[in-house]
Design a protein around this ligand. Sequence first.
Ligand code: DGY
Length: 424
Amino acid sequence: MRDLDEEAVAILRANDRGGFTVPTARLYPYQWNWDSAFAALGFATFDLDRSWREIEMLFEGQWPNGMVPHIIFRRDDPDYFPGPSVWGTDNDPPTSGHSQPPVAATIIRALFEKDASEGGAARARALYPKLLAWHRWFHTARDPAGRGIVAVIHPWESGRDNSPDWDEAMDRVEPARAKAYTRRDTSHVDASMRPTQSEYDRYMRIVEFGAEYGWGEDCLGRNGPLFVADPGITFILLRADRDLLAMAQALGIDEGQAEISGWIARAEEGVGLLWNDASGGYTARDLKTEKLSDGLSSVSFLAWYAGLGGAWLEDTLAASLERILGASAFAVPSFDPEHRKFDSLRYWRGPVWAVINYMVGRGLSEAGREALARRVHDDTRRLIEISGFYEYFDPLSGAGAGGGKFTWTAAIWLAWASPSASRG
Ligand code: DGY
């Protein structure tokens, strides 16, 4: 019988590039922000020191304004486009120009609680001001009106590149104007599993815009091509703020506590702006038109993980999740399988992602919704047992899709989905 724990450890080791981990060889040959944080969660199951190192190397890419970029390049690799020269950022090490979902504080809190040594506390203490600065950047640059909902300036910033959440806003982005470019992703993975060419041309337009006018918040946000409040980042940041506050309290650090409490209160109030009665859950809100997106994506179900409660969640959101799970063989499809835009293989328009399942499952479990939590957990285990450590999975057939030997799928296996893991 295959030992999936051993395979998962081998994947993390093989994707290690000397203190940081690539998501998978060739398709993603650099350090990606939230991939790396999840890698740390996996390493923490067998090598705590290596786990801390992953996060410390991620923060080597932090900008002076607090932003932690979505890619840290360190070197040029012809396997990936757009590489460091295209972004026009001015950083050492070279980086992309926007961020990605801030899961790091939540994972650092778990690391800190696991590592009882003096060294663990010292490493958490050193990371705390960096996390605080990053969260502050999100709460200002990506929520300039202070409404408690956090926006993205590029679909890549959400981590959910081609989610239908961005469709309407993307329709208004012009295709890239600059010289022709060659996509590299479709030479590694079947094009039917990746964003379309029309989406790529618009992704590149936003990169072009940032490179031309600068990546500062005065140029982007409202003045840039796209600005959409994301339920994914909003919920992940709310959860991360709670974990950052808990860490400050445990470490006896006063600095930032009042500020973080303010962010939490503002978000608890603000999330109502993302509630979409017609869809029966939280959806994205285009900040240029104030229109809510149509259709539920899996991040809507991160509301429990964000620590929210109340009638909307107890009644409507739970019923929506039950309906969606009734329509798919495996939890949790990234987009509603009963919606016309669902596509079971195309990246974030249908496939299941183990990291989202981990967060949704943990939130459900913490909220005492055991039956739903168990379904999400057990389906994640089955998907990996049936298909292996793929980037994502078809929710109808369970087939693996995208890149193989994927770091974050291996990490979630070790930390949560494996029979040897504790299901926290
Ligand atoms: C990609 O290149 O597909 C990444 O998702 C961008 O971060």
